[in-house]
Every structure is written in C-alpha cells, then in structure tokens.
Design a protein around this ligand. Structure first.
Ligand code: NAD
Length: 495
C-alpha cells in the first residue's frame, strides 16, 4: 500500500505496507488490483491499497479453519485470552491519536468524533476482557443423583466479520473482542471505502501476541470477496454490519450452508418530542442526533416526530441552529461536522433531497452543498431539514444515510407511538417528555432495539445493541454479544 505525502506524519510505511494478513503473515495480494482511498475532506488520494483476490479470501478462511481445528486457541485458558484482550486495549490507548487521525482521514468525521470512537473501542476490549472470565456454564438437576448434567459454552468456531464504513474500527471491534473472548478464529473484512484503521488495528493485534491464524484480514469489495467468505461450509458464523440489501444477500447465501448469521442493518429512527419536553436539551439532541457524522450513523434520529402545539416554534429553533453548524474538514478543530464519506454518498443524498422536494415536503434549510469555495474538493453537504412530511414519502421511510431530518407532527400519545413504529426498521428511537409515566409507557411500546428517554445516541459496551424488524437480528455488546460467538453444549454424564 502507498500513501501520499498528505499523511506522511502518520509514518505509514511502519503502519502499513502489505495490507492482507493471512495465517500470521502480511502477504501480497494475488489479484493484481489496487484501490485508491480518497480523503473525503479534499478529494485527494491518501492511500492505495492492494485488494485481495477471492483465492486470497479463501486462503484466509482456510487459515482460520486450520487454526481453530488445531485446537490450541479454542482451548486456551480464559485468563490468557482475557489478558490478550487487555493488552490490545493498552496498545489501542497507546496509539489512540494516530488511530483517530487515520479514521478521520479515511471517513471524514471530525477528530473529536474519531477520538471518541477509539475510546469506545478500548472500552469494548476492556469489557470483554472482564466478561471472558465470567463463566455462564451451569449444572442442571435431572432428578437422578447418578447423573451430572452440565450446560457449557464453547467457541462457535470460524467467524467472518464484515464491517461498514461509517464506524470502521468501532464496528469491527464489537465483533473481534467477543470473538477473541470466546476462543474463535476469524477473518475480518472492512469496507473497501475505509480500509485503513483496520490495517493498523490488525498490526496491534499481532503486536499483542494473538497467535498466528486466529485473526486474518482481507481487503476488497464485498462483490469480489463476498462469495469466498460467505458461500462456504468452512465458516461457522458470519457477523455482518451494513445495509439491508447486503444483509439479505448474505442471509440467503449462508442459508445454503445453514451457517449462523447475525446482521446489524440500517435504521430510520424516530425522535419523539412531546410539548412538555425540556426545550434546550431537545433542540440540542435532535440536532446532534441527526447531524453527527453528517447523518451517517445507523442510529441517527432522522425522523423528528413532534407534538403539533410546539411544532412550528420547535422547527424554527432547529433551523436557526442547523444553519449555524460549522461544516468543514474533520482535521480542522473548528469543524462541528465533516463531509460525507464519498462523492457517491453525496450524489445519493442529492437524489434524496430532489425526491423529497418532488414528494411535496417543505425544504426549510440546507438542500445544497456549502457555498464556501474552500470546501469544493470535498464531499460536503449542508444539514437539511424537511418539514410537513408524512409516511407516504420515501424520504420518511428509507434510510438516506446523510444529513437529512424529516419532520412529522402528532396530536395524541397514541399517534406518536403509531408514527414511531411506522417503519420497517427498528434500530433506535428517542422519546422526550417531562412526564415520567408517559415516558415509560411510550418507551415500552416502541418496537426498537434501543430507546433513549430524554437523551439520545449513547450506548455502553455492557448493554446489548441490535435491531428489531429489518434492522437485523442477533445482538452485539453485553453478554448476548458474547453468546453469539458461542455454541451451547449439554453434557450428560452417567459415569
Ligand atoms: P454495505 O452493506 O454496502 O457494506 C457493508 C460491508 O459489506 C462492506 O464491508 C462491504 O464490502 C460488504 N459487502 C457488500 N456486499 C457483500 C456481499 N455480497 N457479501 C459480503 N460482504 C459484502 O453497507 P455500508 O454502505 O458500508 O454501511 C452503511 C450501512 O450500514 C447503513 O445501512 C447503516 O445503517 C448500516 N450500519 C448499521 C449498524 C448497526 O449497528 N445496525 C452500524 C453501522 C452501520
């Protein structure tokens, strides 16, 4: 891999070089193809990455298979696995600043956001380092004193871990940490749009002393490598985070082999604001909830559902504040939000804005690129608010994955709940009210995997994350996030 002078301060030669990691070796890809990584803040090429061939991906799967079947790693004492996880967390902390810069260069998000991402990655490793030590095995009374019946957990085996581009390192760490804690082996495939931080991460995993073949890494597009990674009987579990269409393809492919799959997919997340909600924090959190990382967040609160009696004033306040958001390069400390990840993503957002206008929504602010000529090279787009939206509109129903907020209005609690559930997705939702009883009622009726009451966007490694409905199945984080990587075995012993 080559990187331009732009990021010479990252000492990329030390960090990168060969970028596919198979059976403990950094190997040259056999495809002969490379892919340019573009800095979304400038449009400049910042790196050129060697892409693996399907044969390379197949070799990675077989390396993970052979390492698992050899038995040493799955049988390693949990204390050893736990200390490896802690060591990885230490190394991530040591390299936090460098990793954050890589993430910002590759994704466009602000350095502040990238630093938070790396802190969260560290927390995930520390959490699973602790949880690895807690056994959930149990003894079952079968009513016969001669029989010892135990239910034990074992590593599920070879895992394929596929991540999206919006939180490259964070999303892959939600998978790698529990997979290592459980004793699995794995093949990582980051998004071809944002490969860089996962390369640095794999170098740290190697430095931490994780045995060869346990963690393998291949670079390339899903179209090229997907079949080798998913259409195979050599994989025991696929954990995928990404879009609904890709998730559906992977589920169908894996079904041929009865491979277990967990999918974390998109969201079209409602943020319900009742008239009695605290005004200032509601304005703040509705804005950050949707415009953080330019809206490229699976749990972004893209649908504001606001009580009719305050709607005009509330939307006016949002518009004023949205127009003051400083859009700019992620490395510039003055920027509050960065560009979209790519020109292609901005094209998609522009098409959605045109669609919203043609569907009859009222464009209140945004709807264009920033006027500042200094930002012309990057893929920037202004925070955009559409008022007077309704469920018949595609901009209300489809995940746009950009800085677009749609506004719907309600008059009764019943209406608010109905609108909040009126989506094929079910990832996250927010509720804002000062009436505690109503808050609890509404939270319990919303069909979403995470619901925030008078807050928005927070999560912790210790609590499960995942979707209802078409936002996915399975869970990441928390104890359930570890269980995904385990098989359950019942041992009936009548010796
Ligand atoms: P995507 O589906 O295009 O790609 C995700 C990953 O899948 C990439 O690594 C890609 O190369 C790979 N891929 C593509 N086709 C494949 C195939 N046929 N077989 C195997 N792998 C394949 O998604 P994206 O555009 O990178 O990410 C954005 C999406 O991710 C959004 O929908 C967002 O909501 C979702 N997301 C969800 C969560 C969550 O926790 N639920 C978190 C982050 C992102």
């Amino acid at each position: 891999m080559k990187m331009s002078a732009l990021s010479a301060d990252l000492d990329v030669q030390r960090l990168f070089g060969k970028v596919n990691f198979i059976a403990g070796e950094w190997v040259a890809a056999t495809s002969g193809r490379t892919r340019d990584c573009i800095d979304p803040a400038t449009g400049n090429v910042i790196a050129t990455v060697d892409e693996a061939s399907p044969e390379d991906a197949r070799r990675a799967v077989l390396a993970a298979r052979a390492t698992f079947d050899a038995g040493d790693w799955p049988e390693t004492a949990v204390a050893v696995r736990s200390s490896l996880l802690s060591r990885i967390a230490d190394l991530l902390e040591r390299d936090k600043e460098e990793l954050a810069r890589i993430e910002t260069l590759d994704t466009g998000k602000t350095l502040v956001e990238s630093r938070i991402d790396i802190d969260d990655v560290v927390s995930v490793f520390r959490y699973y380092a602790r949880l690895a030590l807690v056994s959930s095995d149990r003894v079952v009374d079968v009513g016969d004193p001669a029989v010892v019946s135990r239910v034990v957990r074992e590593p599920i085996g070879v895992c394929v871990l596929i991540a999206p581009w919006n939180y490259p390192l964070l999303q892959i760490s939600w998978k790698v940490a529990p997979a290592l804690a459980a004793g699995c082996t794995m093949v990582l495939k980051p998004s071809e749009v944002t490969p860089l931080s996962t390369i640095a991460f794999a170098r740290l995993i190697e430095e931490a002393g994780v045995p060869a073949g346990v963690v393998n890494l291949v670079q390339g597009s899903g179209a090229d490598l997907g079949p080798a990674l998913t259409d195979t009987g050599d994989v025991d579990f696929i954990s995928f985070t990404g879009g609904l269409a890709t998730g559906t393809t992977i589920l169908a492919t894996a079904a041929k082999h009865v491979t277990k799959v967990a999918v974390e997919l998109g969201g079209k997340n409602p943020h319900l604001v009742f008239a009695d909600a605290d005004w200032e924090s509601s304005v703040d959190q509705v804005l950050t909830g949707v415009f953080l990382h330019s809206g490229q967040v699976c749990s972004a609160g893209t649908r504001l559902i606001v009580e009719e009696s305050i709607a005009d004033d509330f939307v006016a306040a949002l518009v004023t504040r949205a127009e003051a958001i400083r859009v700019g390069p992620g490395l510039d400390p003055g920027s509050e939000t960065g560009p979209l990840v790519s020109a292609a993503q901005r094209d998609k957002i522009e098409a959605y804005v045109a669609l919203g206008i043609s569907e009859g929504a009222t464009l209140r602010t945004g709807g264009s690129r920033p006027a500042d000529p200094a930002l012309d090279g990057g893929s920037y787009y202004l925070p955009t608010i559409f008022d007077h939206c309704d469920r018949s509109m595609r901009i209300v129903q489809e995940e746009t994955f950009g800085p677009i907020l749609t506004v719907e209005r309600f008059t009764t609690e019943e209406d608010a709940v109905r609108l909040g559930n009126d989506t094929e997705y079910g990832l996250a939702a927010g509720v804002r009210t000062s009436d505690a009883a109503r808050g609890e009622r509404v939270v319990r009726r919303l069909r979403h995997g995470t619901v925030w009451l008078n807050d928005f966007g927070y999560y912790t490694a210790a609590a499960e994350w995942g979707g209802f409905k078409k936002s996915g199945n399975g869970r990441e984080l928390g104890p359930a996030g570890l269980s995904e990587y385990q098989e359950v075995k019942h041992i009936w012993n009548n010796t």
